[in-house]
Design a protein around this ligand. Structure first.
Ligand code: PLP
Length: 391
């Protein structure tokens, strides 16, 4: 039986690009600029081991049991406190839920809001996991250009004048894949514009806590909780093995996302929720995050130096102020073909085409510096540059 003929039509447009990235998660002998993986050295292994032992001794009835779909009450309370500290606004009880990570939140929003053919706007370029998540509910995804200040709000205004749009998905801080950050002025303009047109903003703050300095713009959600649903993840700051995040937004929407969760995985894992909660309550982030931010800042610096040394005559790149990524533009080079050649010299990166929702652009690539040892960065970039020159 050829089961491929029985698959849903929507699978025909789905790529396995993310599968390829995840497969490299534990690759050895490769200078791996590929996935947005946190570095192993900042996993809080000992703390988690102690907390897990303690939880199993004292709270197994909750930690090992199913949990409510909106999240364990005490965990939601701890995450609400975190948002108050970080963003100056505490979501009400019915404005916050715990999700099984950021991509789960994307799926729940898509499932709850999108009918086939609805339009979702995304940045150009944008996080390919989210673009694929919206597309898998048969939405039409359309891109809005970006520049060094982030999403081009004027271009968005032009599109909204003629198009009925349900959602806008944006990553305002240290964007994936470009590393860019939306300016303060544009944040206010963006929420005003979307409020006028009745467009829900999905604000993905996956990297917001990983800025290289203490400077931070206001989150879109704290500026306009009436038109923004914020989705966050603990994958980048705690560890991705926990598969945990949150959604904070207007109460009627959160209520619907909770219903949607009941017919997907029902609830985020209770053990992870309780671990996260204890980690927050013990204020471990106060020491953990500065270490992580210093590590990524230093790696970003080494990468920029290496790019300046080896790529100045070959292309241009962004200089991130936080997060995991640099976005490289190589005019005249097909980066999809380059990725195959780079495998032969044991260097991995993600070719840019998958980050474009409308028309693939093959001249960009994403470099993630988050888990490449500093001592390997220059060597990997030098090898990549030699391959580009040969091409
Ligand atoms: C912008 C962005 N959002 C969400 C995610 C996925 O997060 P999670 O691991 O929590 O599903 C990622 C992971 O790469 C990301 O870069």
């Amino acid at each position: 039986m050829d089961w491929s003929t029985r698959l849903a039509a929507r699978t025909r447009t789905q790529s396995d690009l993310l599968g390829g990235i995840l497969a490299l998660a534990n690759a050895r002998g490769v200078v791996n600029f590929s996935g947005g993986f946190p570095d192993l050295s900042v996993f809080p292994t000992d703390i988690v081991a102690d907390m897990a032992r303690e939880l199993l001794d004292t709270d197994a009835a909750i930690a090992l049991q199913y949990a409510p779909s909106e999240g364990i009450e005490s965990t939601r309370d701890a995450v609400a406190d975190l948002l108050l500290t970080e963003e100056g606004r505490r979501p009400a009880d019915d404005e916050l839920m715990i999700t099984s990570g950021g991509i789960d939140a994307v799926t729940l929003i898509a499932k709850s809001m999108l009918d086939p053919g609805d339009t979702v706007l995304v940045e150009e370029p944008s996080y390919l996991g989210a673009v694929a998540g919206f597309a898998s509910f048969d939405a039409r995804t359309r891109s809005i250009p970006m520049d060094h200040e982030g999403l081009d709000v004027e271009a968005l205004a032009t599109v909204l004048r003629t198009t009925d749009v349900k959602l806008l998905y944006t990553i305002p801080d240290y964007q994936n894949p470009s590393g860019r950050t939306l300016s303060a002025e544009r944040r206010t303009a963006l929420v005003d514009l979307c409020r006028t047109h009745g467009v829900l903003i999905v604000e993905d703050v996956a990297y917001r806590q990983l800025g290289f300095t203490d400077d931070k713009h206001q989150s879109l959600w704290s500026l306009a909780p009436d038109v923004v649903v914020q989705i966050g993840t603990f994958s980048k700051t705690f560890f991705p093995g926990v598969r945990l995040g949150w959604a904070a937004g207007p109460a009627p929407l959160i209520t619907q996302l909770v219903v949607a969760k009941q017919n997907s995985d029902q609830c985020a894992g209770a053990l992870g929720q309780r671990l996260m909660e204890e980690f927050l309550r013990a204020k471990h982030f106060d020491t953990h995050l500065p270490k992580a931010r210093a590590l990524y800042r230093s790696r970003a610096g080494v990468l920029t130096t290496a790019l300046t040394e080896h790529f100045t005559d070959l292309g241009t790149w962004t200089t991130p102020t936080g997060g995991f990524f640099t976005w490289l533009h190589l005019p005249g080079i097909n980066t999809t073909a380059l990725a195959a050649q780079a495998r032969e010299i044991a260097v991995a990166f993600v070719p840019g085409a998958g980050f474009f929702a409308d028309r693939p652009d093959h001249e960009h690539l994403r470099l993630s510096y988050s888990r490449v040892a500093e001592s390997d960065i220059d060597d990997g970039i030098a090898r990549l540059a030699s391959t580009v020159r040969r091409t």
